[in-house]
Design a protein around this ligand. Structure first.
Ligand SMILES: [Zn+2]
Length: 273
């Protein structure tokens, strides 16, 4: 049983702010990498205990989030975007997809360090279904016939994942405390607007992730159809709204692909206003 784990940093327990914890210039970046890598190792351990035999970890955080020296030796690591980027090393040979360290999509209330792609996005939707980074890969996986089985990250992400891919095993590691409705902020202001959260202790989080991952892998082996896909049918239209960023004013983009969500994910934005 072969599993791909997509990782990100902002959704880990103990990652307190964006600028100090997830950027290479941040003073706690090395600790942030360790927090993510240990959460990832917990997922690897749980998945393998549940029957997984092969695991590819994708370092999906823009600046890099995995410390390769700390990674469980049973996994392999993909770092550096393929071309085209989507679906990030996933193909039909995989049996499931999991997420570690994932944050909720832009605009989500009670989310921490909330964003989609960069802090310039207000929203992204495909055929009217609002999605974030979780949804983007989950939709690509759906097209390949691979279910999303595990979603570890902040509590708002757990809700987002359960709504989009019913049946997914979720593990919530922290809870954001601030509302949203901040569409008028520019990207820099939004980056620093959602920095309050209550975190579980990292050691407890690792135990919870290992348990969730084991449950997910066992259920995947026993009953793969218990993991469900988003309800979308072609043609696929992606609508994006962006906020002001630096000298670039706010704008919207819209793109359509007749039959492929993966091809749509790789299309550049076509500005409409
Ligand atoms: Zn992210």
């Amino acid at each position: 049983m072969k599993i791909l784990i997509m990782t990100d940093m902002e959704g880990c327990a103990g990652i307190l702010t964006h600028d100090d914890w997830v950027r290479p210039t941040g003073r706690y970046y090395a600790q942030g990498q360790r927090l993510l890598t240990e959460e990832t190792n917990a997922a690897i351990r749980g998945l393998m205990d549940g029957g997984a035999t092969e695991i590819l970890v994708v370092d999906g955080h823009g600046a890099g989030g995995i410390d390769p020296e700390l990674l469980d030796e049973r996994a392999q690591l993909l770092r550096g975007a393929p071309s085209p980027a989507w679906p990030w090393g996933l193909d039909k040979s995989f049996h499931g997809v999991g997420f570690v360290g994932q944050h909720a999509k832009a605009g989500t209330p009670n989310s921490h360090i909330t964003h989609t792609q960069w802090f310039d996005h207000i929203d992204m939707a495909v055929n009217g279904v609002s999605i974030g980074e979780y949804g983007q890969l989950a939709l690509c996986a759906m097209e390949l016939g691979v279910p999303t089985i595990l979603a570890c990250g902040e509590e708002a992400l757990a809700r987002e994942a359960a709504a989009l891919t019913p049946g997914v095993v979720t593990v919530a590691v922290k809870r954001g405390l601030l509302p949203d409705g901040l569409d008028a902020l520019d990207a820099d202001a939004y980056r620093n607007a959602k920095l309050s959260a209550i975190h579980l202790a990292p050691t407890r989080v690792r135990r919870l992730i290992a348990e969730g991952a084991k449950t997910a892998a066992r259920r995947l082996a026993a009953d793969p159809h218990s993991f469900r896909y988003p309800q979308l049918s072609p043609p696929y239209t992606r609508a994006v709204r962006l906020r002001k960023m630096g000298d670039t004013p706010a704008y919207a983009a819209r793109d359509t692909h007749p039959d492929s969500l993966i091809a749509l994910a790789n299309m550049p934005y076509t500005r409409i206003l």
